[in-house]
Design a protein. Structure first.
Lengths: 338, 312
């Protein structure tokens, strides 16, 4: 029974991801014709370079949504961490690697605030992270008084966002690959990943099965904070500037990528490779439209439309398969015995 | 008192804030400053009432900021085309209702999760507006647009009066009319509501349409305070509305909350910005304090329900 169920969900997941791959391939085919220099190695690496921050947030949003939660605060936290890094480096006189570690600690602390409120007080994640969405961005604005910004970072720090290994590979790409591998292994190859899904599928059931539900949920949100801090560092290194409005709206892009990648917003079902496909679909869309001299707003409109279309398609598929499943139960077995 | 713990505690926080202001900065209570604050809060109140209904029905709508911007622009363009203000108002409300109907059809008709649907429409409407207007203001509006042509005093009175009337009507309807109780029923238990003969899909759809219409009206009340219409207006109003509803005691899990709490929530959150100015506090703290208030309000609820559970 259990393996049957697994096989079924694996199959339906594959089908969904195939749909997304098809969308990606169609995008690439169209943009190869319409865009100047779209189908080049340089452009492919450029796409990756510019999607690392969103990619990191989307990666870590996957386990959060798998548990049935959501984290709206990651974009604001990115801004707060960027400001903290600037403060540590410029005003506290820390060397940049020290400041970077302190920033990661801030991210972990901020994630713990979310985690504590959600697990200890049993508050809905949507509301908690809505509050911290305001709080983190507000703190960033308060620290800078809305005007201060940090520039002039040392070149060996900026190299992590602007440099290239061997003149080709963007410096942040290895970090992203490591992060993706880490989250993929965590979600798909460890008991942690299983428990995220179990919690999202049925929190009470997971509790009765002896899973430490609170600790696992807390882990997802703390991880989310750490990744937001990492994304902040890469963002600052790439842009060369830390301002209070860094990362505005990133949480929505990350959620869009995760949902587009087939993770159910209700939790329990989803995959990290789906999320990566979702990130790629959005990034290629944006890049291709720019290279095809289309207005950037069109990318936003198509993102929204794509999200709705994919969801509606999924809902329709589910309805069909549910009907088929029911008829399979109701129809008499093709019996060889009679 | 026990039943409306949240409403009373938020009201107490508001009173405490007002008392502090009365002692430390009596200039806060100057008539003109109060009127300005309240007319700024009126559109937020209208939107927050709609949001409260949506949340009570166990849904959420994060696209209202984009709806708000589009409705403002529509209102401005209708006024510029020389149409009378009544038509302008109807146009704003109807366009909001149409966008709400789209959300409603997706959520109620196809059964998609409202947070994702409205996330998608939020991005789509906002980007469509940017593409269409390219950030351009609607300028050179006829005189009858700003303050409804009544001058600032009359205009403020009109805004406050219509928002107050609408609020009282909605609060009455939610408490005493069958339609209002249907919203609570669907939000607290959809299946039970269906078995009781309510059509949950119809209720959900209607709530989204009403949300859109209220956003259209809120956009109108906001737009007429200015001489031009800014296409970026309304950014973040979805969060203000959700925050006000939640602080005012509307449960995000649906089925619980009342509009009087939302009114107190709106007043508290919109008093913060001017209060900071009058208390000579850096105004950049506004967002951080709003966030802290949201977290405190829900944390207080969480602590309370935990205590009750351990006692019971």
């Amino acid at each position: 029974m259990n393996t049957d169920r697994q096989r079924f969900s694996l199959k339906s997941l594959l089908r969904f991801e195939a749909l997304l791959v098809a969308v990606l391939v169609i995008e690439c085919l169209i943009f190869t014709r319409t865009g100047t220099n779209f189908a080049t190695q340089g452009n492919a690496l450029e796409i990756i370079k510019f999607s690392v921050e969103i990619g990191l947030l989307a990666l870590v949003m996957t386990p959060v949504i798998l548990t049935g939660g959501i984290d709206l605060s990651v974009g604001s936290l990115l801004g707060l961490c960027a400001i903290c890094f600037g403060k540590f480096w410029r005003d506290a006189g820390m060397a940049w690697p020290v400041a970077a570690f302190a920033t990661l600690a801030i991210g972990a602390a901020a994630g713990s605030v979310n985690a504590l409120l959600i697990t200890r007080l049993r508050l809905p994640p949507l509301i908690v992270t809505l509050g911290s969405f305001s709080l983190f961005r507000g703190l960033a604005e308060a620290i800078t008084r809305g005007v201060d910004n940090f520039t002039g970072f040392p070149p060996d720090f900026l190299a992590w966002g602007q440099g290239y290994f061997g003149g080709i590979i963007p410096a942040q790409m290895p970090i992203f690959i490591l992060a993706a591998a880490f989250v993929w292994l965590l979600v798909h190859r460890t008991t942690f990943g299983r428990s995220f899904r179990a919690i999202g599928f049925a929190p009470e059931g997971a509790r009765y099965a002896g899973l430490p539900v609170e600790r696992r949920i807390a882990m997802a949100y703390v991880l989310s904070g750490i990744f937001a801090a990492l994304a902040a560092l890469i963002y600052v290194a790439r842009v060369g500037q830390a301002k209070a409005d860094a990362g505005t709206g990133y949480e929505l892009l990350a959620i869009t990528a995760v949902v587009l990648g087939g993770t159910s917003i209700f939790g329990g079902v989803g995959s990290v490779h789906g999320t990566l496909l979702g990130v790629a679909t959005l990034a290629v869309l944006k890049n291709g439209l720019t290279l095809s001299d289309q207005p950037s707003e069109l990318a936003g409109i198509l993102t929204g439309a794509l999200l709705l279309a994919v969801l509606a398609g999924e809902a329709a598929l589910k309805k069909i398969s549910a009907r088929r499943g029911r008829s399979a139960i109701l129809s008499p077995k093709p019996s060889s015995s009679t | 008192m026990k039943r409306h713990f949240r409403e009373w505690s938020v009201a107490a926080a508001l009173v405490a804030l007002l008392l502090t202001l009365a002692i430390a900065a009596p200039a806060f209570f100057a008539k003109q400053q109060l009127l300005t604050m309240l007319t700024t809060a009126a559109p937020v109140l209208v939107a927050a009432c709609g949001m409260a209904l949506v949340i009570i029905a166990r849904q959420i709508d994060i696209s209202i900021g984009s709806q708000f911007a589009l409705c403002s622009i529509f209102a401005g363009m209708l006024a510029k085309a020389g149409l009378p203000m009544a038509v302008v108002a109807l146009g704003a409300i109807a366009s909001g209702a149409a966008m709400g109907a789209f959300n409603g059809a997706m959520v109620a008709g196809l059964g998609l999760p409202s947070i994702v649907v409205t996330l998608a429409t939020m991005v789509t409407w906002r980007e469509a507006l940017r593409w269409w207007r390219e950030g351009e203001f609607v300028k050179d509006l006829p005189d009858r647009f700003q303050w409804f042509g009544l001058g600032q005093v009359g205009g403020q009175a009109a805004i406050l009066g219509s928002a107050a009337l609408l609020f009282v009507l909605l609060a009455f309807a939610m408490k005493h009319l069958a339609a209002g109780r249907f919203v609570y029923a669907v939000g607290s238990d959809r299946e039970a509501a269906r078995l009781a003969g309510i059509r949950p899909q119809g209720v959900t759809f209607s709530v989204f349409v009403l949300m859109g219409a209220l956003v259209g009206f809120a956009a109108l009340l906001n737009a007429i305070r200015f001489a031009d219409v800014d296409p970026k207006t309304g950014t973040g109003i979805e969060l203000q509305a959700i925050a006000a509803a939640v602080v005012g005691g509307v449960a995000i899990s649906g089925g619980r909350g009342n509009l009087w709490g939302v009114l107190v929530g709106v007043l508290l959150l919109s008093a913060i910005a001017p209060a900071l100015v009058f208390l000579r506090f850096p105004p950049q703290w506004e967002k951080a304090i709003q966030g802290a208030i949201i977290l405190l309000a829900v944390a207080a609820d969480g602590l309370r329900s935990r205590k009750q559970k351990s006692q019971g």
